[in-house]
Design a binder for this molecule. Structure first.
Ligand code: HDE
Length: 713
């Protein structure tokens, strides 16, 4: 293929073409029933006389109402709340040394993808800003069939064995007697369970960190979590961990903001993703792998099959092998984002499983759950789920079968159908499971190599910046502060002493626990009835590194300010030059400047030209923005500085460590703020050029602003 032909092929997204076969557009068309009958009156039921009863024969009414009555399906048992988008994956180069997966085989090769991001615990309509793990699921529509990488934004998990998943989920979901609280882990049943399960401690560190409250879905990392296998065409296998690295960097909001955003705009992440794509600021991630040779399987102090462990990047660096760009919003939320069905067992040749017991259990659960969620075994025929690779087999029937299989035979082997569909040889892309040698007794027992529960929890906590450590401490204080049982609180604080003494002390102080009792084993209460509890207690293991800088959010600042939203506080009389210069410069960098004023509609700038108001102070809040700019203009400031909402807007931005640019007369508004009591406020740019403001926003927040949290708003 010539470069030109390749470019033309890349410009197309074959999955989008495939979806067009099922799109319906009613514009310019007459309304019909589901039978195609043209409808004349969609306003009135058919009744017997003017004021009489509705007639049974009103088939149009019955059809419309029946469809409506059945338009909900069960929401996902976990990850119910989500948002998704289409895009493409582009391979950086030939990875055939490690894997025969075609989509990774050639530089510049593009594969259509659909990505869905989600929270875990909340219901479908819950807030985006819950403190929670985020799902990060990507379906690659490859030429060899669908490949699903169903990951999270944290690289480890709460439990080591799938058997415990229903318990974990029951513990974190709203409590069974009163279905409270929604989308929150801050309640007794969750912490009761966790306090008895030391294997969860590493994941708890991640879940209580700022990773659990991302600023944007496009500003979080993604991880495959389990160790998978790559297999090359010689049949050689390599262990592999998958990573998504956001080009925009990893950034989060503060907990105070998260709670306020949940009220101001519970759709914050969904809206942010949607708007970014509509505005052409396409979210991007680089795809990376950590590859471990088979001979090194046992070289680490942790077990590669244990999903509560990560491989520090200092031990095995991440090799970047491609990029994902999300460039198209779904056409219909239900048809695409809701009906998409992921499954870690959707593989392509060149990728395979390991024996991680959490992964093994997932391989059962994902198809099983679609049967009740999507109503039967034909969910793979739903347009968003069907592969772009052709499907031929002898599966037949089932509820809502769409495919019309031709011919006489539906079995194999057959002679009547000429032996078709035939089995593909490996050289023809036939999938063969990796020939791993397995030997062992049939037992129910956790491997003793899985018993180190604290060393990586400690590694994570001690690798965080001071600010991040403080956030973890206050997150756990908040969560346990909502727990009613003192026993659970004390047990948790005791458990934390095994992670880090300062952490435990910090949490205990907030809970008024003094002195702290360091619990003596058994710490682990998850063991079989006939087992010796001693065999299940955490083992102390010396980690090979004490600190891993890559575990801090600060390690990935990203580049530029693409996707950031900047508030511009302005009113009638705003200085046209100052406003335009900032708006244009921000737009050029891929950020959006939104004009906020005392009223909706438009304001007149200093030249008398109308400026569209994006939000009135009544309909928005500082927590929905990344930074604030107050342009010059005496008349504009005259109005704003008398408005308590405008003053609070600036104060609250200051409290949340945001950069603030003040130009000319806007200093009068600044002087009205509580923040201005500090003679030397950090991160407030008085009359500086727009480039300094842009460079500041790229840093995301000014964490060195010590007095920020003292602002009483
Ligand atoms: Fe899932 N998980 N999970 N999970 N998971 C589901 O499948 C399950 C786990 C993840 O956007 C369900 O279709 C078990 C780890 C994501 O549609 C269900 C276990 C990781 C999504 C299910 C786990 C994930 C799900 C619910 C432990 C990160 C949302 C609806 C053995 C690597 C995908 C559905 C989407 C969804 C089961 C643990 C990620 C019930 C049994 C670890 C991103 O099948």
């Amino acid at each position: 293929m010539t470069e030109k032909e390749k470019a033309e092929k890349n410009a197309k997204n074959p999955k989008i073409d495939d979806l067009y076969m099922n799109t319906e557009d009613g514009s310019g068309e007459a309304m019909t029933t589901n039978q195609g009958l043209r409808v004349n009156d969609d306003q009135n039921s058919l009744t017997a006389g003017d004021r009489g009863p509705t007639l049974m024969e009103d088939f149009h009414f019955r059809e419309k109402m029946t469809h409506f009555d059945h338009e909900r399906i069960p929401e996902r048992i976990v990850h119910a709340r989500g948002a998704g988008a289409h895009g493409y994956f582009e391979s950086y180069g030939d990875l055939s040394e490690f894997t025969k997966a075609g989509f990774l085989g050639e530089k510049g090769k593009r594969t259509p993808v659909f990505a869905r991001f989600s929270t875990v615990a909340g219901f479908k309509g819950s807030t985006d800003l819950a403190r929670d793990v985020r799902g990060f699921a990507v379906k690659f529509y490859t030429e060899e069939g669908n490949y699903d990488l169903v990951g999270n934004n944290m690289p480890v998990f709460f439990i080591q064995d799938a058997m415990k998943f229903p318990d974990l989920v029951h513990a974190v979901k709203p409590e069974q007697h009163n279905e409270i609280p929604q989308a929150a882990s801050a309640h007794d049943t969750f912490w009761d369970f966790i306090s008895l399960m030391p294997e969860s401690m590493h994941m708890i560190m991640w879940a209580m960190s700022d990773r659990a409250i991302p600023r944007s879905l496009s500003m979080m990392e993604g991880f495959g979590v389990h160790t998978y296998r790559f297999v090359n065409d010689k049949g050689e296998s390599f262990f592999v961990k998958f990573h998504w690295k956001p080009v925009a960097g990893t950034h989060s909001v503060t907990w105070d903001e998260a709670q306020k955003i949940s009220g101001q705009d519970p759709d914050f992440h969904r809206r942010d993703l949607w708007n970014a794509i509509e505005n052409g600021n396409f979210p991007e991630w680089e795809f990376g792998v950590q590859i471990v040779e088979e001979k090194d399987e046992h070289k680490f102090e942790f077990d590669l099959l244990d999903p509560t462990k990560l491989i520090p990047e200092e031990l095995v660096p991440v090799k970047l092998i491609g990029k994902m760009v999300l460039d198209r919003n779904p056409t219909n939320f239900f048809a695409e984002t809701e009906q998409i069905a992921f499954h870690p067992g959707h593989l392509v040749p060149g990728i395979d499983f390991t024996n991680d017991p959490l992964l093994q259990g997932r391989l059962f659960s994902y198809t099983d759950t679609q049967l009740s969620r999507l109503g039967g075994p034909n969910f793979n025929e739903i347009p968003i789920n069907r592969p772009i690779a052709p499907v031929h087999n002898n599966q037949r029937g089932g509820i809502s079968r769409h495919t019309i299989n031709t011919g006489q035979s539906s079995y194999h082997p057959n002679n009547i159908g000429g032996g078709c569909p035939f089995q593909a040889k490996m050289a023809e892309g036939g999938f063969v499971s990796h020939h791993e040698k397995i030997e062992g007794h049939k037992i129910r027992k956790r491997s003793s190599s899985f018993m180190d529960h604290f060393s990586q929890a400690t590694l994570f906590f001690e690798s965080q910046s001071k600010v991040e450590q403080e956030h973890i401490i206050s997150a756990i204080r908040f969560e346990l502060g909502k727990v009613k049982s003192e026993d659970i609180r004390e047990r948790m604080v005791g458990m934390l002493t095994y992670v880090n003494e300062d952490l435990a002390k910090g949490v205990a102080e907030g809970l008024g626990i003094n002195p702290i009792t360091k619990p003596t084993p058994p710490l682990n209460h998850s063991y079989p009835a006939d087992a010796d509890p001693k065999d299940y207690q955490p083992k102390e293991v010396k980690p090979s590194i004490q600190k891993s800088d890559k575990l801090s959010l600060m390690a990935h600042p990203g580049k530029g300010i693409k996707g950031r939203i900047i508030a511009v506080l302005a009113d009638d009389g705003v200085d046209a030059k100052s406003l335009e210069a900032y708006k244009n410069a921000l737009k050029k960098e891929g950020a959006e400047a939104k004009v906020i004023s005392s009223h909706s509609g438009s304001i007149a700038d200093s030249n008398g030209s109308a400026v569209k108001v994006d939000h009135s102070l009544l309909t928005t809040s500082s927590v929905l923005f990344d930074a604030v700019f107050v342009p010059d203009g005496a008349k504009s400031i005259e109005t704003l500085h008398k408005n308590p909402d405008a003053i609070r807007f600036v104060d609250e931005s200051y409290k949340h460590f945001k950069f603030i640019a003040i130009n000319g007369a806007a200093e009068q508004l600044w002087d009205m703020t509580y923040a201005s009591r500090n003679a030397n406020p950090k991160g407030v740019l008085f009359d500086q050029d727009v480039q300094s403001f842009i460079d500041s926003i790229a840093q995301h927040r000014i964490w060195e602003r010590e007095d920020a949290m003292k602002i009483p708003v």
